[in-house]
Design a protein around this ligand. Structure first.
Ligand code: HEC
Length: 143
């Protein structure tokens, strides 16, 4: 009986640790600090930061990799309630997902073109729904 209790205790402990790790690592920025704000803001900051890695890889002619669940921008809660649940937002998200998938499956001949289209899809949604960060996102265009 005692053994079972220890076993159940360990499983429970592992589960709790597992969840916490998942949550924390999802909200940590490149500088190692927690990103404050809405679910969507956290994802956006991570996409922006990772954008510079993608840009570097593409500038060197390498196929970039993304480690972010970028599909989660659809369904993530935004700072402004309801902003990320409009049909307009969903349409811009779909365009971005398509461009991101194209980029990640590029071959060398269309790598730069696909990268630029992906950044343009970030800009498209921002121009229509949230123009503030456009100044920052422009830095992700290839030099
Ligand atoms: C479908 C629309 C949409 C797409 C596509 C999109 N964004 Fe955003 N982005 C938003 C919205 C809405 C916010 C505001 C988030 C909030 O505060 O909850 C935002 C916020 C941001 C911010 C500001 C974060 C801060 O400091 O508060 C940055 C930077 C950003 N996005 C970069 C990007 C980049 C880079 C891409 C492409 C890889 C991208 N976005 C694609 C809608 C979009």
């Amino acid at each position: 009986m005692y053994k079972y209790l220890i076993f159940i205790g360990l499983v429970f402990f592992a589960l709790i640790l597992g969840c916490q790790n998942g949550e924390d690592s999802a909200a940590i920025g490149k500088n190692g600090k927690k990103i404050p704000g809405s679910e969507l803001r956290v994802l956006m900051v991570q996409l922006y930061e990772e954008g510079f890695d993608l840009k570097k890889a593409v500038s060197e002619g390498k196929l970039p990799k993304s480690h972010i669940d970028y599909n989660k921008i659809l369904g993530a809660k935004s700072t402004e309630p309801g902003k990320s649940s409009t049909p307009e937002y969903a349409a811009y998200s779909e365009t971005y997902f398509k461009q991101m998938a194209n980029l990640l499956n590029s071959d060398k001949s269309n790598l730069k073109e696909n990268y630029t289209k992906m950044i343009q899809s970030c800009m498209g949604c921002h121009q229509a729904m949230c123009p503030g960060p456009m100044v920052k996102i422009k830095k992700l265009y290839l030099d």
